[in-house]
Each structure stands twice: as structure tokens, then as C-alpha cells.
Design a protein around this ligand. Structure first.
Ligand code: GDP
Ligand code: MG
Length: 162
């Protein structure tokens, strides 16, 4: 079986957009409204000839648990099934309490984590990305999943972790 990379994070941070960028297709469901990722969440991807399975998460955000509990629940589920995790944070928003809760789950799991500081669409966003060093997960990799900025470097970091 291929190594499994899980993509976790709050609703609307750009997880599905990042997955699309990595798989090179417009297949994962992207919406302005949170909570629309559903159905197939596993995709086959490859980078520099190394194949892996990438798991998009999301889609349970509007269930009865409420946002915090459901993000945590699906992150926990995805993390335990993964060999490595990409934790996506919206750098234009910064770290929220929900993000901090996911960080605790990630630490507890002991799995390798790559931090993606998303929505850095230009140079002016780099400072927002650097602020995410505070999460204690190592280097925040500044990316724009929408435009592709920084995603090559992110993939190199992912491959080193996977
Ligand atoms: P998810 O809920 O985490 O899967 O987030 P989505 O991938 O569905 O994206 C949520 C919204 O953020 C959509 O409107 C995306 O177009 C937007 N978005 C995602 N990545 C970026 C980015 O790098 N820059 C900007 N400006 N918007 C982004
Ligand atoms: Mg999504």
C-alpha cells in the first residue's frame, strides 16, 4: 500500500484547494462555504515519481457536534490512519482556538507534521506565515494553494516527512 498523507485543518482554510493543487486535478470539492467536502476523499498523488495517497478531510463540520468537536473528531480519525499529516492554517486569520486544539491532537499522535501556512498569495503575506512559528510545529511553509506559490517547497517537506 502507498504511504498515506492526511490533510487536516479548520473549515475554509483551503485544504481541498491544496489537495487539488497536489493531485493536479480539479476534483476535490472546493466551496466558499465551509462543510462541503464529502464523498471521495482519498486520491492518488505523486511528487518526483514517489506515489502516495492523499486524504482530504472536512464535510462533517455542520453536524450535531458543532464545529470545534467535529473538526477535532475528523482530524483525530484522519491522523491515526495517516503516516504523515499536513496541517493547514489560514495565515490571513492566524491560529485560532480550534487550530490549537488540533495542534494538541497532532502532538499526542506523534506523527510527522508539516505545517502549511495557506493563503500567502504574495510577499506581503510572509509575515503572517512567520507568526505561525508560535504553534510550535516547526517551520510554517508559506503557500498559496490557489495560485501555487510555495507548493513545490511544501511538497519537498512532505516527502521528507512521509
Ligand atoms: P477547506 O474547507 O479547508 O477545504 O477550504 P477550500 O479549499 O474549500 O477553500 C475555502 C476557500 O478559500 C475557497 O474560496 C478557496 O478558493 C479559498 N482559498 C483556498 N486557498 C487559497 C489561497 O491560497 N489563497 C486565497 N486567497 N484563497 C484561497
Ligand atoms: Mg474541503
Amino acid at each position: 500500500p502507498l504511504p498515506v498523507l492526511a490533510v487536516v485543518g479548520r473549515p475554509n482554510v483551503g485544504k481541498s484547494t491544496l489537495v487539488n493543487r497536489i493531485i493536479g486535478r480539479r476534483e476535490a470539492v472546493v466551496e466558499d462555504k465551509p462543510g462541503v467536502t464529502r464523498d471521495r476523499v482519498n486520491y492518488e498523488a505523486n511528487w518526483n515519481g514517489r506515489r502516495f495517497t492523499i486524504v482530504d478531510t472536512g464535510g462533517w463540520e455542520q453536524d450535531v457536534l458543532g464545529i470545534d468537536a467535529s473538526v477535532a473528531a475528523q482530524a483525530e480519525f484522519a491522523i491515526q490512519a495517516a503516516d504523515a499529516v499536513v496541517f493547514v492554517v489560514d495565515s490571513t486569520v492566524g491560529a485560532t482556538d480550534t487550530d490549537e486544539a488540533v495542534v494538541r491532537l497532532l502532538r499526542k499522535s506523534g506523527k510527522p507534521v508539516v505545517l502549511a501556512a495557506n493563503k500567502v498569495d504574495g510577499q506581503s503575506g510572509e509575515a503572517d506565515a512567520a507568526a505561525l512559528w508560535n504553534l510550535g510545529l516547526g517551520e510554517p511553509h508559506a503557500v498559496s494553494s490557489l495560485h501555487g506559490r510555495g507548493t513545490g517547497d511544501l511538497l519537498d517537506a512532505i516527502m521528507a516527512a512521509l
